[in-house]
Write a protein that binds this ligand. Structure first.
Ligand SMILES: NC(=O)c1ccc[n+]([C@@H]2O[C@H](COP(=O)([O-])OP(=O)(O)OC[C@H]3O[C@@H](n4cnc5c(N)ncnc54)[C@H](OP(=O)(O)O)[C@@H]3O)[C@@H](O)[C@H]2O)c1
Length: 242
């Protein structure tokens, strides 16, 4: 089925692996969004954008969410995320709290809203996947803004799904935890200062014991979800359980 994807955070990690995996399908077209462009393919185009600049998102949406006359399905994947400064509230910079909420919650929320606004009258399946985290369900010291933003993203997604069940405009919303994945984000966790994050040893051991998923394995799970979307009626999903 010809599908057009909009994916944030495609310059590395999970987002990049996902873009690389999706363009293997000749019917899939991907637009990636991140501050750096690192990937090239004939069915991939990249838009440079800083998602902390949330006031610019309506203009970005105008550029992204254009008419796609041949598309049989549209998919928005809000994948970009940042842990920001790891440390305790009252000890980290307030600007890092603002940046975390912008990238992890406000930007995906606005992109959901703009995606629905632009494509609401298009009579094809439309899927939104917000990349969430176990940290949105369990509190971790040193990650307060990140945990709160991901918890917010889960609830935002659940509310939208209720709205769309009422409106019947053909949107499905998921908020998906990918598990612990071997990316730069995990490197940043392992390099944190121990006084700013008491559970650091657990993450160092996960790496030592090779218990991290690879971005490629996670990308495969996302493809499975997209191919079997109707088997998963819940909004909140954990890829490890798929
Ligand atoms: N890795 C894990 O174990 C894990 C676990 C749970 C959830 N997650 C979630 O999975 C998603 C992907 O994480 P990852 O592990 O792949 O992280 P990553 O390797 O650090 O990649 C993060 C991506 O987000 C983009 N990004 C960050 N800040 C941005 C900004 N201000 N504007 C635009 N793009 C920005 C980065 O691109 P640029 O730097 O080029 O802008 C990069 O492409 C995140 O939402 C994360 O919270 C990851």
């Amino acid at each position: 089925m010809e599908t057009h994807f909009f994916i944030t955070g495609t310059s590395r990690g999970i987002g990049r692996a996902l873009a690389e995996r999706l363009v293997k399908n000749p019917l899939y077209h991907v637009v990636g969004i991140a501050r750096h462009a690192t990937f090239q393919h004939s069915r991939y185009s990249h838009v440079i954008a800083d998602l902390t600049e949330v006031d610019k998102l309506p203009a970005l949406a105008e550029q992204l969410f254009t008419e796609k006359p041949t598309a049989k399905r549209l998919v928005l994947i809000n994948n970009a995320g940042t842990l920001g400064e790891i440390g305790y509230v009252g000890e980290i910079a307030e600007s890092s709290i603002i940046a975390s909420f912008r990238v992890n919650l406000i930007a995906p929320a606005l992109l959901c809203s703009l995606f629905i606004r632009y494509y609401r009258n298009l009579n094809i399946p439309k899927i939104i996947i917000n990349v969430s985290s176990g940290a949105g369900k369990t509190p971790y010291d040193g990650w307060a803004a990140y945990c709160a933003a991901k918890a917010g993203l889960d609830m935002f997604s659940r509310c939208i799904q209720i709205e769309q069940d009422i409106r019947e405009l053909g949107f499905r919303i998921f908020s998906v935890s990918p598990g612990v994945v071997d990316t730069q984000m995990q490197q940043e966790i392992r390099q944190a200062k121990t006084e700013g994050f008491s559970r650091i040893e657990r993450f160092r051991l996960l790496k030592e014991n090779r218990q991290l998923s690879t971005p490629e394995e996670v990308a495969e799970k996302f493809v499975h979800l997209l191919d079997n979307e109707d088997q998963y009626p819940e909004v909140i999903l954990d890829l490890r359980a798929l």
